[in-house]
Write a protein that binds this ligand. Structure first.
Ligand code: MIG
Length: 790
């Protein structure tokens, strides 16, 4: 075999397979094929051996339907055409070019596909203004131009802010090229490299270290359209239980049982809303999965019940390594059922992790996933509803699993090289299967490792970050990038995992986290206490305020989750989603600004800063706390530690509720905040917990300059809410009618947050009051509502 790279080479043979929807071509040394998957998606495959279908972990079943194309041949190339785009295949060397329906080139190979041993590389010509976003859990800037990354799931404790190769790999990115947008999804689980023009202006390129070069080219006329299509291929989040959107408190580790009980009581005593408490590895008997330490947790069932009675859910950590120990049930049954990874010559692989010498289940086998999911009954029988999958890169002391280890890969055996990146995702898939079989309500699952498609199985957190401002800001970029990469339900360890947060850092971080999809505070063993009350009274007030704010906004947030579960639309996202052609969205000064839904814009800043530069997109924007109105452009906004700059888009409709201590607590009043302007919102409600997805309501809400309407789109759930209170921001009139009837209106001083008071006992300080005068209307719930004012 040549050590030089070999180009695809001249096309010798082209053929349409039996179906008119697959175009195959061949050179002396290589094979290629092209399929039109659906409007705006093309699948391209290259290989040095005959192309056969692989085990697909990323793609959902029936992910796509092939469609027919038209063919135009000339001496130089073959054009394959569907209504929305055209792919040109060059006879000379198999290069591809993609054109939109106006015959504008969107993306063109800059070099023929290259083969080097098992490595296959695709080169795309780089355009002067081209920008790149996505690629999942990757450090660096929003715009990835000028950088390169490697996809290889890696456990990296206290990673630094430049560290590449973190816990999950998502070989999907979006290119933005002067008003044209495309996505590339590399459907191959081997180690892969993406270079977005690092040290070159010639190419962006991506390569895989084995298997077929199999990529999907996706176009749409918006960034969200590309994400929608990518998630049509790789799946969307299942609607989580509503309680999992509440605040979650973790610690490495809370024990014994009495400490967990004290923790729960403290949240309630201090009126700090919280829904989930965690048990980290110390709950187990010598770190053995599927056990409880009998001294520390003598009565886990009673603990769960006691927590449930106070409105808490309990989540437990689960690592994949199973201790080698005769008489330990999961080990014995694992041996009996032959579930563990073995060396090619037979002996089981042993890696050292928390329990000591351990075997690792081969989660790439359906049989093994079933074995694991059955074991889960150990927890579900106790009433545990949250499952936290850690160490599933997989991690073992000393890291490197030998690449020779064989994996089942759904009956197409392969090695660690191809299986590693999907290992964590398959563990979470197995865990979810157990919950689905054993629980009569929706579970909450959380994973550290994953691959494209992991969003189908659980939420994602970004591992062992550090208590620093830089990490807090990096966390925002990671979560934003995951959201652009099909993983909308993610978050980071609020307050930072390794090291210790200053009071200011904790306060800022919890304020920002309150707006992110997964909201959990966590910290490392042997570090100072890091609960909302551990940093002094001022910080405690700030934490209570922002956690409470999230609970008030829950009807809005839950609706965003529903919408995302249907379309893949991100829940939080950087400004690039809707303004990709504005250069300032990529500006490092503004790249951390993010939306929570289309209505709320957050401008995060470090704890050491008290002013932030904000860039508002088109339209008008209201300060969340006092209603100050801003128009498009740049502003400098004051942001003391108790006030995270948050703005509401004019025309926004924010369904909300009164503060509650946990989300199983329903309310009979739906509050709706309206911000003068024009807009729409799809409000979703159900009971928040049951698996039955036939009982829900969707209301279409529309705000116009002098009216607000609510219309039932779907109604099969009996809502506990029988009243509506409208809060009108920036809307004033002398007369308001609801369904033709005049209604009274009140003027009210409204606050989302309580004034933060000084801790000085002798102070008469009334605190910093942030409030706004609003008009309030209250009326009965009806199926269709029209509110009118002059
Ligand atoms: O080797 O379970 O990222 O959240 O607290 C460390 C103990 C193992 C790593 C996780 C972290 C968790 C910790 N785990």
């Amino acid at each position: 075999m040549s050590r030089l790279s070999i180009s695809f080479g001249e096309l010798l043979n082209t053929s349409d397979s039996n179906e008119t929807s697959v175009f195959q071509f061949q050179s002396q040394s290589s094979f290629g094929d092209i399929q039109f998957v659906d409007n705006g998606i093309v699948r391209c495959r290259f290989s040095s051996v005959y192309i056969e279908d692989e085990t697909d972990y990323a793609l959902i079943d029936d992910a796509f339907r092939l469609i027919d194309f038209k063919k135009n041949e000339s001496a130089e190339h073959i054009d394959l055409i569907i209504s929305t785009l055209k792919v040109r295949v060059f006879r000379e060397d198999g290069r591809l070019s993609f054109f939109d329906s106006n015959d504008q080139p969107i993306l063109e190979d800059g070099l023929a596909t290259q083969f080097q041993g098992e490595v296959i590389t695709v080169f795309k010509s780089l355009r002067p203004n081209e920008k790149f976003i996505g690629l999942g859990e990757k450090v660096g800037s929003l715009n990835r131009r000028g950088t390169a990354y490697v996809n290889w799931n890696t456990d990296k404790f206290a990673y630094d802010t430049e560290q590449d190769q973190l816990y999950s790999s998502i070989p999907f990115y979006i290119g933005i090229n002067d008003g044209l947008y495309y996505g590339i999804f590399l459907n191959n689980t081997h180690r892969s490299t993406f270079n977005f023009g690092a040290s070159t202006e010639r190419f962006s390129w991506f390569s895989v270290e084995g298997g077929v070069m199999d990529y999907f080219f996706i176009t749409a006329d918006s960034i969200s359209g590309i994400i929608e299509k990518y998630t049509a291929l790789t799946g969307r989040i299942p609607l989580p239980p509503k309680w999992s959107l509440g605040f979650q408190q973790c610690r490495y580790s809370y024990y014994p049982q009495s400490e967990v009980e004290t923790l729960a009581r403290t949240f309630r005593d201090k009126s700090i809303p919280c829904d989930v408490l965690y048990l980290d590895i110390h709950y187990m008997d010598k770190y053995k999965a599927f056990t409880f330490d009998a001294d520390r947790f003598p009565e886990p069932k009673a603990l769960v019940k006691d927590l449930n009675d106070q409105g808490f859910q309990l989540a437990v950590i689960l690592d994949p390594g199973i201790k080698v120990e005769k008489g330990y049930e999961p080990y014995d049954s694992g041996i009996k059922n032959d579930v563990f990874i073995k060396y090619p010559d037979g002996p089981r692989y042993i890696g050292e992790v928390w329990p000591g010498e351990s075997h690792f289940p081969d989660f790439t086998s359906d049989r093994v996933r079933n074995w694991w999911s059955n074991l889960l009954a150990f927890y579900t029988d106790l009433g545990i509803t949250g499952f936290w999958n850690d160490m599933n890169e997989p991690a073992a002391w000393g890291q490197c699993l030998p690449d020779i280890l064989p994996f089942d890969f759904e009956g197409r055996p392969t090695s660690h090289r191809q299986a590693r990146n999907v290992y964590g995702m398959q563990m979470t898939r197995a865990t979810r299967r157990g919950t689905e079989q054993q629980m009569d309500q929706r579970p909450f699952l959380l994973t550290r490792a994953g691959f494209s498609g992991m969003q189908r199985y659980g939420a994602k957190w970004t591992g062992d970050n550090i208590s620093s401002d830089d990490h807090m800001m990096l966390g925002i970029r990671l979560i934003n990038s995951l959201a652009l990469s099909g993983v909308p339900f993610s978050g980071n360890d609020v307050g930072g995992f390794a090291e210790e947060a200053t009071p200011e850092l904790y306060a800022r971080w919890i304020s920002i986290g309150a707006f992110q999809p997964f909201f959990r505070a966590h910290s490392m063993v042997n570090t100072r206490d890091a609960e909302p009350w551990s940093f002094g009274e001022v910080v405690e007030q700030i934490a209570r305020n922002y956690i409470g704010l999230r609970y008030q906004l829950m009807p809005y947030i839950y609706s965003l989750f529903y919408h995302s579960s249907r379309t893949g639309y991100p829940i939080t996202f950087p400004m690039v989603l809707n303004y990709p052609d504005n250069d300032w969205v990529y500006d490092p000064t503004f790249e951390h600004q993010f939306f929570l839904g289309d209505g709320i814009l957050i401008a995060p800043l470090k704890s050491t800063e008290t002013f932030v530069k904000v860039q508002f997109p088109e339209g008008d924007w209201y300060d969340l706390y006092d209603g100050t109105r801003y128009s498009e452009g740049g502003y400098i906004i004051e942001a003391p530690i108790w006030r995270l700059p948050v703005f509401v888009r004019s025309g926004a409709i924010l369904p909300s509720r009164e503060i509650c201590q946990h989300l199983r607590d329903e309310t009979d009043i739906l509050q709706i905040h309206l911000y003068a302007g024009k807009g729409e919102f799809m409000y979703y409600e159900d009971d928040g917990i049951s698996k039955d997805d036939t009982k829900y309501n969707i209301w279409e809400m529309t705000l116009d300059t002098s009216s607000f309407t609510i219309q039932y789109v779907h109604s099969s759930y009996k809502s506990p809410k029988d009243k509506i209170t409208l809060y009108l921001h920036g809307i004033q009139s002398s007369k308001y009618k609801v369904n033709e009837r005049l209604v009274d209106h009140q003027y009210e001083t409204f606050r989302w947050l309580e004034p933060v008071k000084s801790i000085d006992t002798f102070s008469t300080d009334k605190g910093v009051d942030m409030c706004e005068e609003v008009v309030v209307l209250t009326f009965e719930m009806e199926n269709n509502i029209k509110v009118v004012w002059e």
